[in-house]
Write a protein that binds this ligand. Structure first.
Ligand code: ATP
Length: 508
């Protein structure tokens, strides 16, 4: 298999070639960090969103969903802290004129040290074979211990400087570590400055009377400002949750890595309202529950890991990321945050409205605490796509590219194909297609040799292909071919639906 950078490039071009993801406004040379989803991409994206919604709202009787507007009252973003604190520290290289996130430069430096540790571990495990004890090696090998100490010191300095908003110290750290610009190779850096990530626009018909409003940088605030409405109209009892999916906008400084970091993206968020004091219990509960959701897609456990935050956002008292191993390494896919009463407390203060829950058992009112789960839909799409992309050498010496997309998320579930167009086979295949498409997204294909048609379906991740041949005309059976094993079996037409349905269940 190609190296990871090559692999990532192949995934990006496959996504474009097969109608999953296109650069935005491509005929005008694209728009940086903005992408469009094509005919298969939008299906995959919708299926991920639907599965999330089902897992959150349909499967949990105490979680309901809403759909708030993207535009919100400007004071929302004052209260939430975004106007004052939704900043990234940026730094420019004076030679290449390239702009970077200062914290990311240091994090990349840390990732390089981590790579070195991993290489040492790999070497040692080869050398010691079965007798190798990884834990012991990590804590006793002098070189590894030195690397680890260095990582701890650097990350502590980075996060404590950021916490104190001490940008001079961040710059000093970059200089001390002799971090160079990957483009110019020089260390000719500007000062570190804060940059607000919100997009602003005007609302109102005349320029003078217009109000500056923001495109929401997260969907969460739409939930907080509707807390009272939902609680009252839904007669919700704590603990309860409100879920929402929708677009969010961030003027990201470094927008690279395809749909991993976009300026317009989609989030799937759930805010769980709880009694103060119970937050750690619920935080751990949601951490585990969300990891299990990822595993239910059938993607192996080793592709995921937790990263507990050292640097906490201004609103959190505990936070962790679920990271996924993308082709460019382990990176954040979802965040689970214990947000205390920060948001409701702030909106209560700024709006002057009481945002409290009356507990009928204790006869007391309080501002609930919140545990949030926040996942990027586009990042999940990228995780699924990069896991699914496989290049395989077949027994007959040929090669195929197959997307092993979890069947329940696949854009097309069944391809229906007549072996040849004549002798009534096409009409028979159409008939089967018409009955299956009521329940499943299907595709009819009668063009080219059957082998080429299978390859086309493999390339878009269709789990099943059904072929109509001359025997079908006699006994109403078809050949059904499974994508991953490529096994073909003969079954009666009435069984197609049941076989497919079985495969579309989550892996528990
Ligand atoms: P990062 O550190 O990568 O910028 P974040 O910690 O700012 O992410 P959150 O504010 O916690 O992200 O947002 C929740 C989720 O939204 C993230 O886990 C990610 O999946 C998604 N997300 C955030 N920013 C982007 C973006 N620019 N493009 C695509 N998805 C994003």
């Amino acid at each position: 298999m190609a190296n990871n950078e090559d692999l990532f490039k192949k995934i990006i071009s496959h996504a474009k070639e097969y109608g999953f993801v296109f650069p935005s406004s491509e005929i005008y040379d694209g728009l940086s960090a903005v992408y469009d989803y094509g005919q298969y991409g939008s299906e995959l994206k919708k299926n991920i969103r639907d599965y999330w919604w089902k897992s959150m709202v349909q499967f949990n009787e105490n979680i309901v969903g809403i759909d708030a507007a993207i535009f919100m009252h400007p004071t929302v973003w004052k209260a939430s802290g975004h106007v004052d604190a939704f900043n990234d520290p940026l730094i420019d290289n004076k030679d290449s004129k390239k702009r970077y996130r200062a914290d990311v430069l240091v994090e990349e430096y840390l990732a390089k040290i981590e790579d070195k540790i991993n290489k040492e571990v790999e070497k040692a495990s080869k050398r010691f074979g079965d007798a190798f004890n990884k834990e012991q090696y990590l804590t006793t090998n002098p070189r590894v211990v030195e690397y680890k100490t260095k990582m701890d010191t650097v990350s502590h300095r980075l996060y404590s400087s950021l916490e104190k908003n001490d940008l001079v110290a961040v710059k000093e750290l970059i200089e001390e570590l002799e971090i160079v610009c990957p483009v110019s190779g020089s260390r000719n850096w500007t000062e570190v400055r804060q940059f607000n990530l919100m997009f602003a626009t005007q609302m109102g018909s005349t320029a003078e009377g217009a109000d500056t409003i923001f495109l929401r940088p997260e969907t969460a605030q739409g939930i907080f400002v509707n807390f009272l409405n939902v609680m009252k109209t839904g007669r919700m009892k704590i603990p309860f949750g409100i879920a929402q999916t929708g677009k969010a906008f961030r003027n990201e400084i470094v927008a690279r890595q395809f749909i991993f970091r976009m300026r317009e993206f989609e989030q799937m968020e759930m805010q769980y309202f709880i009694k103060p004091g119970n937050e750690m219990e619920w935080y751990h509960y949601w951490k585990e529950k969300r990891l299990n959701w990822h595993l239910s897609l059938g993607i192996p456990r080793e592709k995921y890991r937790f990263h507990d935050h050292e640097k906490l956002a201004h609103y959190a008292n505990a936070a962790a990321d679920i990271e996924f191993e993308f082709p460019f390494g382990f990176k954040e896919l979802e965040g689970i945050h214990s947000r205390t009463d920060f948001d409701l407390g702030a909106h209560q203060k700024f709006s002057g409205k009481k945002l409290q829950y009356f507990d009928p058992e204790t006869n007391e009112s309080y501002v609930p605490y919140v545990v949030e789960t926040s996942i990027g839909l586009d990042r999940t799409f990228l995780a699924v796509l990069s896991y699914a992309y496989n290049e395989e050498k077949l027994e007959d010496g040929s090669e195929r590219v197959v997307l092993k997309i979890p069947p329940m998320l696949a854009p097309i579930k069944i391809a229906v194909m007549p072996l040849v167009k004549k002798d009534g086979l096409a009409e028979k295949a159409r008939e089967i297609m018409d009955s299956l498409k009521i329940d499943y997204m299907c595709q009819y294909d009668e063009k080219d040799a059957i082998g080429r048609r299978y390859r086309r379906q493999d390339a878009i991740g269709t789990p099943y292909a059904v072929t109509v041949d001359y025997d079908t005309m006699k006994d109403n059976t078809v050949t059904i071919r499974e994508r991953d094993s490529m096994l073909q079996v003969r079954i009666p037409i009435e069984r197609i639906s049941e076989i497919v349905r079985e495969r579309l269940k989550p892996v528990v």
